[in-house]
Design a protein. Sequence first.
Lengths: 78, 78, 152, 152
Amino acid sequence: MNVTVRVFASYADALGADRATVTVPDPATVGAVRTAIAALSPKLPPRPIIAVNEEYATDDVPISPGDEVAVIPPVAGG
Amino acid sequence: MNVTVRVFASYADALGADRATVTVPDPATVGAVRTAIAALSPKLPPRPIIAVNEEYATDDVPISPGDEVAVIPPVAGG
Amino acid sequence: MSRSGIVAAPIDVAAITDEVRDPHTGAVATFLGTVRDSSDSRTVTGLEYSAYTGMAEREMQAIVREAIAIAPGVRIVAVHRVGNLAVGEVCVMIAAAHAHRGPAFDACRYAIEEIKKRVPIWKREHYSDGSSEWVNACAPDAHAPHPEDAHA
Amino acid sequence: MSRSGIVAAPIDVAAITDEVRDPHTGAVATFLGTVRDSSDSRTVTGLEYSAYTGMAEREMQAIVREAIAIAPGVRIVAVHRVGNLAVGEVCVMIAAAHAHRGPAFDACRYAIEEIKKRVPIWKREHYSDGSSEWVNACAPDAHAPHPEDAHA
């Protein structure tokens, strides 16, 4: 399954884009997407934080077509 | 020694005045003034808080002529 | 630039907040005390604060010094109003600015707790039935500061 | 009346303070985060905040709900600004009003701590030498929220 992931801030700079598409085995999970995203650039950490449908998600969360998936750099608000 | 004491808020209402004069043995102390002030009205507590020269004072603090002495009702700022 | 005071005029919240703000201090904690419309289920129509002004100003200054000792580098302003206040008006304000939010909060919280404990200010509540009462006056010892602890 | 938001316009501190004030709530605690002029001894000329807006607004709303659970009855507003900010400008504000000062402070403090931990907002600092950097980006795991704890 192809999963398109939104990318922000320093990770967007590292990838040179604000979206990236990765291919993972079916059924897709956050854990598989996380590993695939990390492999896109040595500037990304080995286990970047993932959000699905605007919520932080753990490795076991399934990803379905239409879900909004994002990779979240370390936050720095405030 | 006669000691004139400033009186505030509920204590001023109780005494009907914002100053009161008490007579205490020489050498005057806060402890003696406190007891004498309390005796002026049953509406005052037995051991009202005393300040000397704008600082809270314990019973052993001596009082000299010219010192500013005050009796401090329970505070209610804020 | 830290300061404190007993004031008769309305407290200008925006001006005091701006007074402590500074390009070096990224965190500002403030506290406002405002006049509530009820007290022990009685309807309050207004308050009257009176102070032993000279001593109240000294205690406020001491509290500000102590807050700076707790949070070195803090910029803090603490003011308490006296006179007649309507429901909703600000009776006390503390603003504390620091490079870090922890010390800003600590200084602000310390100041309001100590002001309520030690500063010789008294509050008379006016009620909707026309009566009025000094707050705390019925329990004279319960809330009094302990002179021994006043500067601890 | 509690609310939260990610905003592009300057934060109106006085308006938000007045928004939580109420005749029933005698205590208002506020926190302002402002842009500092230095970071790790480098001179900062300005900041750029960007957000994953939809998720940031959800997290802010969740934080406000949690603050109300911690301090029932609190009226709280939490806003975070995005876009380009100059030194001294307010980037985040929380205002919490309650009948008592303890819950007002607790709600305010909780909200800023959680905002800094969880809300997907990023900050790029611009320096006097013309360079710029994403803050925290060099230590990717150190400050990341733990998804398992995000709603604890």
